[in-house]
Design a protein around this ligand. Structure first.
Ligand code: NI
Length: 176
């Protein structure tokens, strides 16, 4: 059996992670293949969410799988948020670092699915966090940008230390 292909995951410092994405216009066979490879890449990492820029694709979509429900959301828009929730976030593009970040708890997203149908999905806690984290990626926003100045400076120092030591360990639990 041939091994499934994966994309290399872009890591902090790669300019593609700081760029805005374009709306997806064609949900065709080529697009579906990219989505499949993104799922393989996400499972292989392993992670529970992966946004297109993380594999160098500057388009507005992300994949995720929580509780064995793989899904892709295309051209997502946040239409409502509620509450507040603190969660120790990890990012596949910032391997080795986790940060407790406060964000809304319940997130309602309007998007298009792989069949081109408009969908509205509601995510609470971890699922809501996946939505916010991945939509940040689509806007070129990373976890560092969600920290206050003092925390960001400390985080970037820690990142440089990990890079110098060359041994950034991925936390495989719930990286996004
Ligand atoms: Ni991420």
């Amino acid at each position: 059996m041939r091994a499934m292909s994966t994309f290399p995951i872009r890591v902090f410092g790669d300019p593609v992670l700081k760029q805005q994405t374009r709306l997806v216009e064609d949900i065709d066979g080529t697009f579906a293949k990219v989505v499949d490879t993104m799922f393989t890449t996400m499972y292989d990492a392993p992670g529970v969410g992966l946004a297109a820029p993380q594999v160098g694709v500057q388009q507005r979509f992300f994949v995720y799988d929580i509780d064995d429900e793989p899904r892709v959301l295309i051209n997502p828009q946040i239409v409502a948020t509620e509450g507040e929730w603190t969660y120790e976030e990890g990012c596949l593009s910032i391997p080795g670092l986790n940060f407790a970040i406060v964000r809304p708890k319940v997130i309602t997203v309007q998007a298009v699915d792989i069949d081109g149908n408009e969908v509205v999905v509601v995510g609470d806690e971890l699922l809501g966090r996946v939505f916010l984290h991945e939509i940040d990626h689509l806007d070129g926003v990373l976890m560092f940008d969600r920290l206050d100045d003092v925390a960001r400076k400390a985080a970037l120092r820690e990142w440089r230390r990990l890079e110098t030591e060359g041994g950034a360990q991925r936390d495989p639990s719930h990286a996004l």
